[in-house]
Design a protein around this ligand. Structure first.
Ligand SMILES: [Fe+2]
Length: 391
């Protein structure tokens, strides 16, 4: 191995990267003066040996594991009750994106008096929060995709309206992140692929989002290079630690980059996940080429830069799209949303909800509800050729 897979980084937050570094979890808690942390994880991990080891390492920690995919307000409320009843002083958010988002939301809400939806990512609503009431978070991702560990938001489902809401505050950003590749070696190939492409979409949408943000652009471009190199390896051999470590880094890079913005892929994927309970990364992976095709005229130059960075056979949009389609099929990602059980009966709602999703604002060209519905319909039916490009 040419370079050691270990480093301490300080942007966008404190990150301790390296295989085996979960052993430093007690140090992270001590650094943040957390004496009685609450470990928030998801149902699937509650009996996992890694959670047991974390509990052994931090004996005064309690466990809350009633979190499912696409976490909802009810999960946050249940966690909040456990947090307050147990008089905890911080959160260890441990797991995939759902556990991280739920854990971050519990820590954020622990000292607030207003309801969660008052902190949706709208205008300056985040200033409504009492910063002194936000508990510290140590984030430990076990998938390499969402990058929620370095994100300043939690995506939480409103079960009454079936809408995913982005809850934003700068201090939702975890204070310490442990990127331990050993924790991701057991991830099944399908989850590795879906979450890995989610990270790619973060980098891609951030890079193509309008606005002046060269820092994000640089991070995004290198993130895409790492995913090109290491995602197929991580899928082929889950125990490839070099691939796993680089994918964890790439996932963190994607979420760092998307402070610049996301775009149409996420705008559509959010309501699809809310209505059909589909896996977020997998949904993005399916939708990506449809939105690329719609945005074609507006991402031509940026696609050339990406194609050059990825050293594709030609430095063109076409070569980039061809490579994406090949990568998707190599990784076993379906081509149509119908293959995930998504139907057309909510098409109108999905179009209108996608149009008001905060991610839509990052699309390279403004998109209307009707246009998003059109892209969604093509993605459900798997008809890439049916996408009419943006005027
Ligand atoms: Fe995502």
């Amino acid at each position: 191995m040419s370079t050691p897979l270990r480093g301490n980084w300080n942007y966008p937050t404190t990150i301790w990267a390296g295989p085996g570094r979960i052993a430093e979890l007690p140090d992270a808690c001590a650094r943040l003066a957390m004496k009685r942390p609450l470990i928030v994880t998801d149902e699937g991990l509650q009996d996992a040996p890694m959670i047991q080891r974390a509990r052994n390492a931090v004996p005064d920690a309690a466990l809350f594991s009633a979190v499912r995919g696409n976490p909802a307000l009810s999960h946050v409320d249940a966690g909040l009750k456990v947090y307050r009843d147990g008089r905890h002083d911080g959160v260890i958010a441990f797991g995939g994106g759902s556990a991280l988002d739920a854990g971050k939301a519990v820590a954020f809400m622990s000292g607030q008096t207003r309801p969660l939806w008052d902190f949706e990512d709208v205008g300056d609503w985040w200033t409504r929060a009492d910063p002194a009431g936000i508990a510290p978070v140590v984030a430990v991702p076990t998938t390499a995709g969402t990058g929620s560990e370095v994100g300043r938001a939690s995506v939480i489902l409103n079960e009454e309206t079936h809408q995913k809401k982005i809850i934003f505050h700068p201090q939702i950003l975890p204070r310490i992140v442990i990127l331990d590749a050993d924790l991701t070696v057991g991830l099944p190939r399908g989850v590795t692929a879906a979450t890995g492409i989610d990270a790619f979409v973060h980098c891609f949408e951030a890079f193509c989002a309008p606005g002046f943000h060269p820092l994000a652009d640089g991070v995004a471009l290198q993130g895409m290079r790492l995913i090109q190199q290491y995602l197929p390896r991580a899928c082929a051999d889950g125990k490839d630690i070099e691939a796993r470590a680089n994918m964890l880094a790439a996932a963190a890079m994607g979420a760092t980059a998307f402070q610049k913005g996301l775009g149409g892929v996420h705008a559509i994927a959010h309501p699809v996940g809310s209505w059909f309970n589909t896996h977020h990364g997998l949904t993005n992976a399916v939708i990506l080429p449809y939105v690329m095709t719609y945005n074609r005229r507006y991402i031509d130059e940026k696609s050339q830069i990406i194609a050059r960075a990825l050293n594709l056979p030609a430095h063109t949009y076409e070569a980039f799209l061809t490579w994406i389609l090949q990568l998707r099929s190599d990784l076993g990602i379906p081509h149509a949303l119908s293959q995930l059980g998504v139907t057309l009966d909510k098409a109108g709602i999905i179009g209108s909800e996608a149009a008001i999703d905060p991610s839509a604002g990052g699309n390279p060209v403004p998109v209307t509800a009707a246009q998003l519905e059109h892209i969604f319909r093509a993605a459900v039916e798997g008809r890439l050729e049916a996408v009419i490009g943006a005027p």
